[in-house]
Design a protein around this ligand. Structure first.
Ligand code: ZN
Length: 138
């Protein structure tokens, strides 16, 4: 088994900023011209997520609206009472959505659906620079 690790940084605006990272992931994977592999995309941090979405204007409003109902940004959080950083909502959202996604590479192509993009979502209450790791296992 071989593991290749690629990484890149993404600057975000925070506040549930949804950024399409599909092309950056493809660039990291396709430069190795592999036939078959497991590709895991991971972001480091407890107020940020990596997931999949159809990157279209409606869903870019729908997902934040739903998350606002589940973990309101003006809600009361024990985390904020302890740390006073005001981002309890961001930690909860990141835990729900998760930090990574796995995509199979088959016949040299990442098996993403036609309308499926890989996104980074930064929930924190300030601009951040995030590091995304792409591990290719074959
Ligand atoms: Zn915090």
């Amino acid at each position: 088994m071989t593991v290749i690790t690629e990484k890149f940084n993404i600057n975000t605006h925070g506040f549930t900023d949804i950024i399409d990272i599909t092309q950056k992931v493809k660039n990291a994977v396709y430069k190795h011209t592999l036939h078959s592999a497991v590709v895991h995309v991971y972001v480091a941090g407890s107020t940020v997520s990596v997931t999949n979405i159809e990157f279209e204007p409606g869903l870019l409003v729908d997902l934040p609206e739903v998350l606002e109902k589940i973990a309101p940004s003006d809600g009361e959080y024990h985390h904020d009472n302890t740390w006073h950083d005001g981002n309890g909502y961001a930690h909860v959202r990141a835990s729900i959505i998760g930090n990574g996604t796995t995509v199979p590479l088959i016949d040299g192509a990442l098996q993403l659906g036609q309308w499926q993009q890989i996104v980074l979502i930064d929930f924190d209450n300030k601009a951040r620079t995030r590091t995304v790791y792409v591990q290719i296992v074959y």
